[in-house]
Design a protein around this ligand. Structure first.
Ligand SMILES: CC(C)(COP(=O)(O)OP(=O)(O)OC[C@H]1O[C@@H](n2cnc3c(N)ncnc32)[C@H](O)[C@@H]1OP(=O)(O)O)[C@@H](O)C(=O)NCCC(=O)NCCS
Length: 168
């Protein structure tokens, strides 16, 4: 990868690029699901309103929402939230051309530092069991699967959203 990798807080003018990466990421990770429905979900979860709400929580101090930049553009982002001393990864996506270069791990480490400073002892996220790249990433980073907390996805495919947790 040419150029330096840098990290900074997300801001409103980043929304369109974040939305673009999220859309590519969802279509890449869930290529077996209907594209039209996936598009609707990303439009909802990454709407300007939803992203503004996330930045509001950043201001309030409960959330961290950072972007990674290289080659003068945003190439990925991570959004985590701290609630009652438990952290959650809400969003973690890289532009598809930047997967597998160690950037996800760097975003995760920064997010974990934030959560630890907030007093979090645990971190969890939900990962679709069919998302091999995502699942392998969390397993490599010492998350464990706790089956009783799995949930259904939006497509009613059964409990495919695996609850993954790690100690901080
Ligand atoms: C999940 C995701 C964020 C992980 O990020 P990533 O950068 O691909 O993962 P990593 O940081 O672990 O890097 C992957 C590999 O790059 C290697 N690597 C290559 N160059 C590297 C470098 N310069 N520095 C560090 N590691 C490097 C790492 O060693 C690692 O391989 P290994 O652990 O098997 O040895 C990313 O793959 C992604 O966006 N996937 C699609 C969306 C998704 O699934 N999101 C999460 C679901 S909720």
């Amino acid at each position: 990868m040419k150029g330096n990798l840098t990290f900074r807080s997300a801001k409103e003018s980043d929304f369109s690029r974040i939305q673009e990466i999220a859309m590519k990421g969802w279509l890449f990770s869930y290529s077996y699901l209907p594209e039209k429905e996936l598009t609707k979900l990303v439009d909802k979860y990454y709407s300007d309103k939803s992203l503004s709400g996330s930045l509001k929580r950043v201001k309030e101090g409960t959330d961290l929402f950072i972007v990674a930049e290289a080659e003068k553009k945003i190439i990925g982002f991570c959004h985590v939230t701290a609630k009652s001393r438990v952290g959650e990864i809400v969003r973690l996506y890289l532009d598809t051309g930047y997967i597998g270069k160690g950037i996800g791990k760097k975003l995760l480490v920064r997010s974990e530092e934030f959560l630890k400073a907030k007093g979090c002892k645990k971190l969890f996220t939900f990962v679709n069991m069919h998302n091999r790249i995502g699942m392998d990433f969390y397993l490599r980073n010492h998350f464990v699967h706790i089956g009783e907390k799995d949930t259904e996805d939006e497509f009613r495919n059964g409990k495919v959203l695996w609850y993954m947790e790690k100690s901080l």
